[in-house]
Design a protein around this ligand. Structure first.
Ligand code: PGA
Ligand code: ZN
Length: 470
């Protein structure tokens, strides 16, 4: 039973306010105090013997947010935190959502779907604009934790049961963001993220070691070539050296991977986040958008969608890039469909295009726009809806790529989510910065636990897109 649901304003990794939710239950136990049994029977016979518990969640926040995302409520009071306070969302938990949930008498062990459904109804808008997706998601995540503890199972197991996932446990391939551009960096690079993926590792522990070693090699290369000042890191822990062309970024990654000794074992992924430089009036992409001076409407490097396609094609011919996210803008459906039809690409991931929303996934399916969905829980606002979107994407034979946000917290929820749903891949930034490594560390803990348990498991490796194919 939920005894109490309360929220507080805390900070995210950018030093901006975010929502923290704390749920108190009658039957539960603190996750950290669970001594997971090594037998297939997790649940104690008598749940009333499980002591009460308190469960927390912290909500992340994006920067390159899709226009179709669920609404993150900000106070817009310029006197505090530059208008970014979240006290309205906090009050919505403390005064509306919490008391209503407690009154309903929900128990988190079996009721996450009902709890999430109840909050959606209580909000009553299609995009959670009334109570705020940041308020609702915090409650949803904390209730999932409480549910896992009340059933005396790890969170990944709880989420696995919620999703009906049955295939063997799959440890995901982490895609590490090593080089940053786009709106998040001061360099002239238009593309937002260049990632490396240790697909040739045998375990996630090995993959994380390979990435960490390569990251430090890259740091040295950047220091030698551009100067130590460029080894400062961006929001997601990646570097932002003074480069402008995607080839320069991919050459740097290729060199670092080779020097680290992992050629052929590490592949690349790119997220241009192209909605950020799309000109909807002309249907063009402005790769020089960061050079546009005041009074100018565009730069000297404007590309048509078919020129963008040529650029991507030349990149995938030259470098091992099995994953491309948001190559086209969130409402440029025509280019997405054309690329999916004309072009064989291993994984075309929709982020701002789909915003983890089943309606958008259905439209994308009917228009044959992409073959994978980025899964960001705060784009949709409840754990249940995120799971539903992942299930729908999987049923369409798409890939599902779990993702952090650029504004993160130390909450490691998405590590359990990617294992629970068996998505085969996750991105959580560089192997650096506390809020990024919190997820990678949790994944290593889960892998260690699976190794010691009776359960069959493997590392997704080359099959990250369709891990069930094992
Ligand atoms: P965001 O970026 O969290 O700032 O939206 C992440 C992404 O585009 O994948
Ligand atoms: Zn993205």
């Amino acid at each position: 039973m939920l005894l109490d649901v309360k929220a507080a304003q805390r900070l995210d990794s950018r030093g901006n306010p975010t929502v923290q939710v704390e749920v108190r239950t009658a039957h539960g136990t603190s996750l950290t105090s669970i001594n997971f049994p090594k037998s297939p029977i997790y649940e104690p016979a008598d749940l009333t013997t499980v002591p009460p518990g308190t469960f927390r969640a912290l909500v992340p926040s994006g920067a390159s947010t899709g226009v179709h995302e669920a609404v993150e409520l900000r106070d817009n009071d310029q006197r505090k935190y530059g208008g970014k306070g979240v006290l309205t969302a906090v009050n919505n938990v403390n005064e509306i959502i919490g008391p209503a949930l407690v009154k309903e008498g929900y128990g988190p062990r079996r009721d996450l779907k009902q709890i999430d459904g109840f909050m959606i109804e209580l909000d009553g808008t299609p995009n959670k604009a009334k109570l705020g997706a940041n308020a609702i998601l915090g409650v949803s995540m904390a209730c999932a934790r409480a549910g896992a503890a009340a059933a005396n199972i790890p969170l990944y197991e709880f989420l696995r049961r919620e999703s009906g996932q049955e295939s063997p446990y799959m440890m995901p391939v982490p895609f590490f963001n090593f080089l940053n551009g786009g709106k998040r960096s001061g360099n002239g690079m238009a593309f937002q993220e260049f990632m490396i993926a240790p697909t040739g590792a045998k375990t996630i522990e090995e993959g994380i070691r390979m990435a960490s070693e390569t990251y430090h090699v890259l740091e040295q290369i950047i220091a030698d070539r551009f100067g130590a000042i460029y080894t400062g890191m961006g929001d997601e822990g990646g570097f932002a050296p003074p480069i402008t062309q995607p080839e320069e970024a991919l050459d740097l990654l290729t060199e670092a991977v080779a020097k680290a000794g992992y050629t052929d074992k590490i592949k690349f992924g790119i997220d241009p986040a192209s909605s950020e430089f799309f000109n909807s009036k002309y249907g063009t992409y402005d790769l020089g958008f960061k050079r546009i001076k005041e009074g100018e409407s565009h730069s000297d490097d404007v590309r048509t969608p078919s020129e963008m396609m040529d650029l991507y094609n030349s990149l995938i011919r030259r470098y091992p890039i099995p994953l491309l996210e948001d190559p086209f803008a969130e409402d440029d459906w025509e280019s997405w469909s054309k690329s999916c039809k004309d072009w064989y690409f291993e994984e075309l991931v929709g982020d701002a295009l789909l915003v983890t929303n089943v309606e958008r996934v259905r439209i994308a399916e009917s228009r044959m726009a992409c073959n994978a969905m980025l899964l960001k829980v705060n784009q949709i606002g409840t754990v249940t809806e995120a799971i539903a979107a992942a299930k729908l994407a999987k049923s369409l034979d798409w890939g599902v790529f779990v993702s952090h946000r650029s504004g993160e917290t130390t909450d490691d929820f998405i590590a359990d989510l990617t294992v629970g749903l068996g998505t085969g891949h996750i991105k959580s930034g560089a192997p650096c910065r506390g809020e990024r490594v919190a997820k990678y560390n949790r994944l290593m803990d889960i892998e260690a636990e699976l190794k010691e348990s009776w359960k069959p498991w493997s590392y997704a490796g080359e099959k990250f897109r369709k891990p069930e194919a094992f």
